[in-house]
Design a protein around this ligand. Structure first.
Ligand code: DGL
Length: 261
């Protein structure tokens, strides 16, 4: 199969990467996609970089066996921990979510960027490194916002509870004078409305799902035509995935398989 026609693999620790999947499907409506959510081992955000790297390499190897021509690591934690190892070992292009988000932040900021992400991503300082590689004068303040993941999965993104949690998480970043905020976790775009209300118009939001899809589109071009097949693979709890993904993507989830890595 030609590389252009090969499906793109989209990997995440669970359901959160559907935010990235949705943007890629919008950007490349004729391209087949295989989504793999490691629902048996989610969350990645609280695990060590070594464990996350091992899990991610296993997932990538499974997707390679299915003939993908490009891998998108939709999970910020997996990108932060495993991108160099993936790029070293995989014979296909690998796109992570950190670089596109960092580039968008650098393009927009007036000098002070806030990043919210999982504990693992914050610990790795992947966003700080990526942003400062592009512009060492930019100040980056990273902060973990783990409760946003549960709020998004619970369907509580637009509740007063989410708003209060957002105020608590974002206050220190606002006090530090950030002008740009990177949503550095798959789930956070689901809370974007609430986050925008709390940070106000003075802070520009970088959604790493959108910026990653733009990067994938640029890498692939728009050559595919015809019908796209969307296949979903999970490592556990496929009925939960079917429900959440169906609600999130507003359609029936066909082609869903339980796999072991
Ligand atoms: N997908 C993860 C990320 O973007 C969030 C969920 C998890 O901790 O596994 O960092």
């Amino acid at each position: 199969m030609e590389r252009d026609a090969s499906p793109i693999g989209v990997f995440d620790s669970g359901v959160g990467g559907l935010t990235v999947f949705r943007e890629i499907a919008r950007a490349l409506p004729h391209h087949s996609l295989i989504y793999l959510g490691d629902s048996a081992r989610v969350p990645y955000g609280t695990k060590s970089a070594e464990t996350v790297t091992r899990y991610t390499l296993q997932a990538a190897s499974h997707l390679l066996d299915r003939g993908i021509g490009m891998l998108v690591v939709a999970c910020n934690t997996a990108t932060a921990a495993a991108l160099p190892a993936l790029r070293e070992r995989l014979p296909i292009p690998v796109i992570g979510v950190v670089e596109p988000g960092a580039r968008a932040a650098v393009a927009r900021t007036r000098g002070r960027v806030g990043v919210i992400a999982t504990e693992g991503t914050v610990r790795s300082k992947a966003y700080t490194k990526a942003i400062r590689l592009l512009d060492p004068t930019i100040e980056v303040i990273e902060s973990a916002a783990p409760l946003f993941v549960s709020l998004a999965e619970e369907g509580w993104a637009n509740t007063h509870v989410a708003r209060e949690v957002a105020e608590i998480y974002l206050e220190p970043l606002l006090d530090a004078g950030i002008d740009t905020l990177v949503l550095g976790c798959t789930h956070y775009p689901i809370l974007r409305g609430t986050i925008e209300q709390v940070v106000g118009e003075g802070v520009s939001i970088v959604d790493s799902a959108e910026t990653t899809a733009a990067c994938v589109l640029a890498a692939v071009g728009t050559r595919s035509t015809g019908a796209a097949k969307h296949t979903f693979l999970v490592t556990d709890a496929e009925e939960r995935f079917r429900r959440i993904a169906g609600d999130f993507l507003s359609r029936e989830i066909e082609h869903l398989e339980l796999v072991s890595l």
